[in-house]
Structures are given as C-alpha cells and as structure tokens.
Design a protein around this ligand. Structure first.
Ligand code: HEM
Ligand SMILES: *[C@@H]1O[C@H](CO)[C@@H](O)[C@H](O)[C@H]1NC(C)=O
Ligand SMILES: *[C@@H]1O[C@H](CO)[C@@H](O)[C@H](O)[C@H]1NC(C)=O
Length: 345
C-alpha cells in the first residue's frame, strides 16, 4: 500500500515536471532587441538577472534590506504579508518593474484593487538608505523583490537567492490592474493569467499558499458570505460555522479577517489543509481544491510541508522574474520609488 502511494505520488510529480519543463521556459521577447517580425530570441529576459549583480556596486544591499525589513516587521508583524503581496502585484502588471510603487494620478497604486496594498513606507525607507550607500545603482524593483524574500523568512518561510538586475519602469496605468486576481475568478482565468507571467498552474497553487499568512478586507469576501451569486445566501462550498464567524467579523467592508483561519501568522500548510474542510476564505482558494487540475496538487502540498517550502522558493523566483526590464535601453534606476526620474534634456 505504502509502495503504491509513493509510486502514484512520483508519477504525479513526474507529470508536473513534464508540464513545467514544457511551459516554464517560454522565452520572453526582448523589447527593442530585434525587429518586430523577427522570432523571439531564445534567451529570456530573466536570464540577464544575476545573484551577483550588485556584488561590487552595492555589496551591503542585502544587509540593508534585511535590517530594515526586520526592524519594520518586528514593530508591525502584519507588514510581512503585505510586502509579499505588494511584490506580487508589482509583477502581475507590466512585470516586476516597481510600477506599483509609482504614486501619481491614474497610476496602478491609485486603483481600486490597490487600496489595500501596504508596505510602501518600508520600501521608501530601504531606498533612502540604499541611495545613501550606493547612489543611483539599485532599482526599486530589486529592492521590493528582496524585501519580499526577507519578509517570507521572518514569517517562517524558506530562503532563496534573489537574482538582481531589474530596471524600474516609467509607466503605470490604473486600468491595467483590472486583470490582477481579486478572488472571484474561475481557475481557468487564473491559469491563463499566470501563464502570461511565465507561470504554470503549479506556481498558481504553490504561490496561493502565501495566503497561509495575512489578511483580507471583508470587501473581498462580502458577496461570498452574504449574497453568493445573487442568491441572498452564503457560498455553499463554505463551512457553515466559518460563514457565521466571518459574518460577525465582517460588519463593515473595511474590516479585516485572517486568510488562514487556523494559523494566520505562520508559514505552513494549514492553508491547504483548510481547503479540504471548506475553510478557504476566498472563492479562488476553495476552487483550487475542487478543480480537477489543481485539486491533486493541493492534497499533495497539504500532506508534504517540505515540498511546499522548497517549491515556494522556486515559484517565488519565477514570479520575481516575470517580464522584467533588463538591458541598457529598458527602464531606469529610479531615484525615488514613488516617481519616475525627470527626463534629461
Ligand atoms: C491566485 C490568485 C490570487 C488571488 C485571487 C488573490 C487574492 C487576494 C485577495 C483578495 C487578498 C485580500 C485583499 C484585500 O485585503 O482585500 C489577498 C491577500 C494576499 N495575497 Fe493574494 N491572491 C492571489 C495570489 C497571490 C500570490 C501569487 C501571492 C504571493 C506571491 C499572494 C499573496 C497575498 C498575501 C501575502 C496577502 C495578504 C496581504 C496582507 O495581509 O496585507 N496572493 N490576495
Ligand atoms: C471563466 O471566467 C472567464 C472570465 O470571466 C469567462 O470568460 C469564462 O467563460 C469562465 N469559464 C468558465 C469555465 O466558467
Ligand atoms: C451562478 O449563477 C449563474 C447564473 O445565475 C449560474 O449559471 C451558475 O451556475 C451559478 N454558479 C454557482 C456556483 O452557483
């Protein structure tokens, strides 16, 4: 029996690996690198990132980021989750180019979905220190990516090496955040969305595991607990006691509730185990369990904490590589993460 289980597990993993191998390395066309008619180059933009990028130009970079994240998260532990989410929202629109940090009229940051994003002041604080020690050298996109890694460690998640060398974008458009997942999508559209970031359904399931920490506004789940699909009743795929408890905590849309009802501040597989008990808080979380494409992986992750931890590191590197700006003519090193650099005339 044990042998049978292990064997089935291995076959499933092999299946995943095959899919990953065939879909993960789709090369991203390098902007301006070739004429529009030419075939996409075989080298993905993320291949130009490197863990040693700032080794000579800013040797203290990771120490500065680590120290700042540590200090801020010690003061406010809820910030750890917020920084991880901020990084995802950056990468989700125009790639990891710090476009989410730009603070001007009509920018991503001013959009409705961004209203619950937090952690901007922490990034500003890191950037100020980095500019002192290594002026005009380190991009805001790189700072945000490394801060998300350090935040993960602080909540008990894995370490991974962060490849550096992203440039900051000069464009940020509020409307483009419409495509960022908000919790009411179906799995097909989530898989399609992740695909555009160079991510597979494995990354979707693994990265959704971030919801093992952090909170959601009641606004994001109000339909689900009060009026699912216009029925005037809660979502039937949700545990009844859980619904009642959430109704009490969600008197106001601007209240917050934990994403992981069991261990809200620990990086663990409780998030996946909750789904089998109808304790997923977002409709999309619960759907990962019931969908035939993602359900088996949810069960594996629920049973294998080490697999979750190691795969999370892999998937976080992948999301951090999404549609990055690299090379001389792309983007810039922003001086202040909130604004694009003034144009030189
Ligand atoms: C797969 C699709 C995803 C959906 C539908 C989704 C949806 C959401 C929603 C609705 C919230 C609560 C927002 C609010 O306060 O109203 C949230 C929070 C959060 N999400 Fe996701 N998310 C997804 C993927 C991800 C990914 C890929 C990551 C990280 C790599 C992530 C990390 C987080 C974290 C850490 C929080 C808590 C933020 C905090 O406490 O401030 N999510 N997500
Ligand atoms: C999933 O959502 C998309 C976008 O809302 C929609 O076009 C599509 O028909 C939906 N697919 C299924 C299987 O419900
Ligand atoms: C939601 O409502 C639509 C249209 O009323 C219906 O087709 C669909 O099956 C419902 N979905 C669920 C999960 O109840």
């Amino acid at each position: 029996m044990r042998w049978l289980c292990t064997c089935a597990f291995l076959i499933y993993i092999f299946h995943l690996a095959t899919i990953a191998a065939t879909t993960a390395v789709a090369p991203l066309p390098l902007k301006g690198a070739a004429s529009p008619k030419a075939k996409a180059p075989l080298i993905p933009a993320s291949a130009f990132l490197s863990t040693t990028h700032y080794m000579n130009s800013c040797p203290n970079l990771e120490a500065i980021i680590h120290r700042k994240v540590n200090a801020w998260v010690t003061r406010d532990p809820t910030l750890a989750a917020s920084i991880i989410r901020l990084h995802f929202h950056d990468c989700a629109v125009r790639g990891c180019d710090a476009s989410v940090l730009l603070n001007h009229l009509g920018s991503e940051r001013r959009a409705e979905v961004s209203s619950t994003l937090r952690g901007f002041s922490l990034i500003d604080d890191i950037k100020a220190e980095v500019e002192k020690q290594c002026p005009k050298t380190v991009s805001c996109a790189d700072i945000l990516t490394a801060a998300a890694r350090d935040a993960t460690i602080l909540v008990g998640g894995p370490f991974w090496e962060v490849p550096f060398g992203r440039k900051d974008g000069r464009i940020s458009i509020s409307k483009e955040t419409d495509t960022v997942p908000h919790g009411r999508e179906n799995i097909t559209s989530l898989i399609n969305f992740f695909e555009k970031l160079g991510l597979t359904f494995v990354d979707l399931v693994v990265l959704s595991g971030s919801h093992t920490i952090g909170r959601t506004s009641c606004y994001a789940i109000r339909d689900r607990i009060f009026n699912f699909n216009g029925t005037g009743k809660p979502d039937p795929s949700m545990n009844v006691f859980y619904v009642n408890s959430l109704k009490k905590q969600c008197k106001l849309s601007r209240n917050f509730v934990n994403l992981d009802v069991m261990t809200p501040r620990t990086f663990d597989v409780a998030y996946y185990r909750n789904l089998a008990k109808k304790l997923g808080i977002l409709a999309t979380d619960q759907l990962l369990y019931s969908d035939l494409r993602t359900g088996p992986l949810v069960n594996i992750l629920a049973a294998q904490p080490e697999f979750f931890t190691s795969q999370f590191a892999v998937s976080m590197v992948k999301v951090g590589n999404a549609n990055v700006l690299v090379g001389r003519n792309q983007g810039e090193i922003r001086l202040n993460c909130n604004y694009v650099n003034p144009l030189k005339i």
